[in-house]
Design a protein around this ligand. Structure first.
Ligand code: UDP
Length: 363
């Protein structure tokens, strides 16, 4: 189904709807909460705060559930339930307290290397925890679901750009756990009529232009924050993992998409589903590939700093080039990235770094 959505249609579908955002205290989740509130949704966040940040919730106007406080920003209320997806009873309780029109599911673990070391927590959280969420959807008749999947489900691509029909062959337990949950969604669709979009993100990057929310992982493994921290002198140097890849400059190529664009895609995806749109997987990327050295140069330009570089070994599980074929999201949702040129991405990430060099305040 093809559906070109104007802003009025999207607002009409979503305004006043109650939406559950799992992992709303995380990087992409917090940006999505902000976008959903801006379009007029009532949001409930479920997060265990194991990796998410209470400060991110405060920054996007989410109040603890049961608090009498009204949002200072005069938007519809947004409440927080501190709960763990692995606790089925706690998840059920959150559903019982609301009437959700849809779920946007970000909560999960997302580090390739960690998943190789400790696959158990990846399957427990991303698969078993996710199934608790799907069980609650079935019991509480919630039939619209947007899932944070990943281009890691494709593994090393046979060719780039990668279309949604490319076979899935994940290289890491992280990618496998995401592919398993995609399979569960398809089974829930067949058996219980759950409508879903599995968004396969390429490389999320950047930050809200306000600088109030942004990327903050511990440890930080992502390229752009690490280059910026090296530029600021927080890190002694940037380690580039591998310079002998079969790419023009020998470093890995990725497709970087601004987190604001990702957040907007979720708003569009949810409106599309609520409008009767078809279920399936959809890439979110720009179709433009940039190498590690391209990113390094973009960060040096933005920061006016010379970054010291050391070359290290290849990082296990890294594919040489991952670039999206972004046509489906454009055709189906009318989604075109607006902020994903590398200059804007890096400028917003740098603005965030300068405002909060140590990341979110704790608690
Ligand atoms: N990378 C790097 N040094 C770092 C972090 C990342 O060379 O400190 C490389 C990494 O090997 C990959 C690319 O940068 O080729 C993007 O990595 P990131 O972890 O940001 O995202 P991924 O593609 O793994 O999801």
């Amino acid at each position: 189904m093809r559906w070109t959505m104007d802003q009025n249609t999207v607002s009409a579908r979503l305004a006043g709807q109650e939406i559950l955002v799992t992992g709303g205290a995380g990087y992409i989740g917090a940006h999505a909460v902000k976008a959903l509130r801006e379009i007029g949704c009532r949001v409930a966040v479920l997060d265990n705060l194991e990796r998410g940040h209470a400060a991110a919730l405060r920054a996007v106007g989410v109040e603890p559930a049961g608090s009498a406080a009204k949002p200072a920003d005069k938007k519809p209320p947004a409440v927080f339930h501190q709960a763990d997806l692995r606790d089925a009873a706690a998840v059920d309780k959150v559903f019982a307290a609301h009437r959700f029109a849809g779920v946007v599911h970000f909560a999960g673990l997302a580090l390739v290397g960690e998943s190789v070391q400790n696959p158990e927590i990846y399957f427990q959280t991303n698969v078993a925890g996710g199934l608790n969420l799907l069980g609650a959807c079935r019991r509480h008749n919630v039939s619209h679901f947007v899932f944070s999947s990943t281009c890691a489900v494709y593994g090393t691509p046979q060719a780039v750009p990668i279309g949604e029909n490319h076979p899935r062959s994940p290289l890491s337990p992280y990618g496998v756990s995401k592919a398993h949950f995609e399979d569960a969604l398809a089974a829930w669709y067949d058996a219980y009529g759950l409508n879903f979009i599995a968004f396969r993100y390429f490389n999320a990057a950047g930050a809200d232009p306000s600088g109030e929310i942004g990327e903050d992982h511990n440890p930080e493994s992502h390229l752009i924050p690490n280059v910026l921290r090296a530029a600021a002198g927080v890190l002694p140097h940037l380690t580039i993992f591998g310079r002998d890849y079969p790419t023009p400059d020998g470093t890995c190529i990725r497709d970087y998409i601004h987190v604001l664009d990702l957040a907007r895609a979720h708003v569009l995806g949810l409106a599309y589903l609520l409008n009767g749109g078809e279920s399936g997987a959809m890439n979110l990327g720009t179709g433009q590939g940039l190498s590690v050295l391209d990113i390094l140069r973009a960060c040096e330009r933005e920061t006016n700093a010379k970054v010291k570089v050391e070359y290290g070994a290849r990082r296990p599980g890294d594919a040489p080039a991952l670039v999206a074929a972004p046509g489906k999201a454009k055709d189906v949702l009318g989604f075109v990235p607006e902020f994903s040129d590398i200059k804007t991405i890096v400028a917003h990430a740098w603005n965030r770094h300068k405002k909060f060099p140590k990341g979110y305040p704790k608690n």
